[in-house]
Design a protein around this ligand. Structure first.
Ligand code: NI
Length: 181
């Protein structure tokens, strides 16, 4: 397994619109596996390829309640309802805010076998999927906040990052996992 460095707020790749995948090959399947490994190692529930420095339309989501979801060239076909809930982002550690999202979405995606399929998601899963698809369009959850709230959190971010260089966070496997086996 490979744990990939995560790009942090300020890294230009987070603002890129990721390019379509089209045919699923082994390179894409490897990327999906690395995204899951990196997300789980960093205790996340979603991770998009932009966040590991690859602007391609691939993301993964895994909430506690639901099976893992692979998103390849995902498109939201339907949205219903509105719900507000707290979000964070592995690319913006220690920053959290309430974000409005659709409560239910119908998503079309390509599977690891290269087939297009549709599924419905609600609540936290729907929220995580919308957050990850935003990443593929270069959009961060901060962009959904009021200008005032956004400025406040950007200031907090600069304080937290003071004295640290670069935009990469290196993930290591938690030591408890080694000691357990
Ligand atoms: Ni994120």
């Amino acid at each position: 397994m490979s744990l990939l460095p995560i790009h942090l707020l300020g890294s230009p790749v987070l603002r890129e619109r990721a390019t379509e995948i089209g045919d699923v090959d082994d390179e894409v399947r490897d990327l999906v596996r690395d995204l899951f490994d990196t997300m789980h190692a960093d205790s996340g529930i979603g991770l998009a390829a932009n966040q590991v420095g690859t602007a391609r339309r691939v993301a993964v989501v895994h909430t506690d309640e639901e099976s893992p979801v692979v998103l390849i060239d995902p498109v939201i076909l339907e949205r219903d309802g509105k719900t507000r809930g707290e979000e964070g982002c592995l690319s913006i550690p220690d920053i959290f805010a309430d974000v409005d999202r659709s409560q239910r979405v119908v998503v079309e995606t390509t599977t690891l076998d290269g087939e297009r399929m549709q599924f419905e998601a609600t609540d936290l899963l729907a929220r995580a999927i919308q957050h990850e698809i935003d990443h593929l369009d270069g959009i961060l959850f901060l962009d959904h906040l009021s200008p005032l709230k956004r400025r406040m959190l950007q200031q907090k971010w600069r304080r937290l990052r003071k004295g640290q260089e670069g935009y990469l966070k290196h993930i290591s496997t938690p030591s408890e996992i080694h000691s357990r086996f």
